[in-house]
Write a new protein. Structure first.
Length: 95
């Protein structure tokens, strides 16, 4: 991911930096980026959404268990809601 980030920065400077400046900038960015974790925002959002969905699903299943639903019904709810959430995340990423 670092390399992709550095390449995108370098590519955006091609209109106002000469080749030698771009090479030097790339070296500097690579050194600086070694100390940082870089990830695409979309991946982070997807992971947060999945975690939130899992937490909500677990709370829902727990509430249904307290209401007295059978294990079979709880598994049915869990399986179908999980499929729905997975489908929604896939659709959102492909927009």
């Amino acid at each position: 991911m670092r390399e992709l980030f550095v390449e995108k920065v370098i590519n955006t400077t091609e209109n106002f930096l000469d080749n030698n400046q771009r090479i030097k900038l790339k070296e500097i960015l690579m050194k600086i980026c070694l100390n940082y974790q870089i990830e695409m925002l979309e991946q982070t959002k997807k992971q947060e959404t999945q975690k939130n969905n899992t937490d909500i699903l677990n709370k829902f299943i727990s509430s249904k268990e307290i209401e007295g639903c059978s294990t079979r019904t709880l598994n049915y709810y869990k399986d179908n809601i999980t499929k729905m959430l997975d489908t929604c995340i896939l659709l959102d990423v492909n927009k």
